[in-house]
Write a new protein. Structure first.
Length: 95
């Protein structure tokens, strides 16, 4: 993604209808667990709004990683335990 686009996502993601609808679908699966301990690792977390919202639910420990340092910067602004990571299937011989 081009430099500066993550800032736009960060600003839009909380209230834009598409992001909200997508996030609600994801969060529903965690809400059904009713507080049972659950870990979420969001691969390609972007600005982290989904991880942030999931982490606010009882029992959910949310974290994420992304290839983009800028995305991780914004995810951390959202309070997400996030880091920059280069994850590739070649790192796992069984895949």
């Amino acid at each position: 993604m081009q430099e500066g686009e993550y800032r736009k996502f960060f600003e839009l993601e909380k209230n834009f209808f598409w992001f909200k609808a997508h996030r609600e679908l994801v969060l529903e699966s965690f809400k059904k667990r009713r507080g049972k301990k659950t870990a979420l690792l969001e691969v390609g977390c972007g600005t982290g709004e989904t991880s942030h919202q999931a982490g606010r639910l009882p029992g959910v420990d949310a974290s994420g990683f992304d290839l983009s340092k800028q995305a991780v910067f914004f995810a951390k602004q959202n309070g997400v335990k996030a880091k920059t990571e280069d994850f590739c299937p070649r790192d796992f011989p069984s895949l």
